[in-house]
Design a protein around this ligand. Structure first.
Ligand code: PRP
Ligand code: URA
Ligand code: MG
Length: 209
């Protein structure tokens, strides 16, 4: 079974606390999505392979470590994952980006796929799937199913807030995927929203409600 890492860093807890407030503005919310994504990415990339590269400092030749950035891919689940991807690209600017379009049918809560565009060499890359919310887990499981069908095997999932129900579903469906979570919340409500949660992440990022 892969790792489930729940972030306890004070910066992450503080920033998610601001995101949860109902009066936090769209702009502030959007900025925080990207900042918290960067902080979670810091932990999620802890075991990335490094290679030795010979360089010259102003004084001498030496060997330094480099991340093989060209071998990474960030895969946001649309819409809400897009802003997490923007934050992570600040840290890993050489990563490619694959977009996965899924929305949750509000009645059945099942994910509906409407778009998928991945780098042509995605199967050779380590993939970081990002979405702020892991609720029932349906969207995350469907996104990862879709990646695996395309031959992708090294997959991590990063979210800001998760419900225990979603973590369990994702772990059962994809026990090989590492899961990095900003805050683990209490439960889902009858409409499939995370409690206490922060509401609908996509609507809060884009001001669509
Ligand atoms: O774990 P689940 O029960 O599948 O729910 C989580 C999904 O719901 C939200 O997306 P939404 O369907 O609202 O689409 P949006 O990002 O376009 O608003 C969220 O960003 C996840 O993708
Ligand atoms: O609480 C939730 C559940 C699903 N999607 C969201 O954006 N928020
Ligand atoms: Mg939404």
């Amino acid at each position: 079974m892969a790792a489930v890492v729940i972030m306890d860093h004070p910066l992450i807890q503080h920033k998610i606390g601001i995101m949860r407030r109902k009066d936090t503005s769209t702009k502030e919310f959007r900025d925080l999505v990207s900042e918290v994504a960067m902080l979670i990415c810091y932990e999620a990339t802890r075991n990335l392979p490094l290679k030795d590269v010979e360089i010259e400092t102003p004084l001498t030749k030496t060997v330094v470590k480099e991340i093989e950035g060209k071998k990474l891919c960030i895969a946001p689940i649309l819409r809400a994952g897009l802003h997490m991807a923007d934050g992570i690209l600040n840290l890993i600017p050489n990563a490619k980006v694959g977009h996965i379009g899924l929305y949750r049918n509000e009645e059945t809560l099942e994910p509906v796929e409407y778009f998928c565009k991945l780098p042509s060499d995605a199967a050779k890359r380590e993939i970081f799937v990002v979405d702020p919310m892991l609720a029932t887990g349906g969207s995350a499981v469907a996104a990862i199913d879709l990646l695996k069908k395309r031959g992708i095997s090294k997959i991590h999932f990063l979210c800001l807030i998760a419900a225990p129900e979603g973590v369990e579903r994702l772990q059962n469906a994809h026990p090989d995927v590492n899961i990095f979570i900003g805050n683990l919340d209490e439960r889902l409500n009858d409409l499939g929203y995370i409690l206490p949660g922060l509401g609908d992440a996509g609507d809060r990022i884009y001001g669509t409600k």
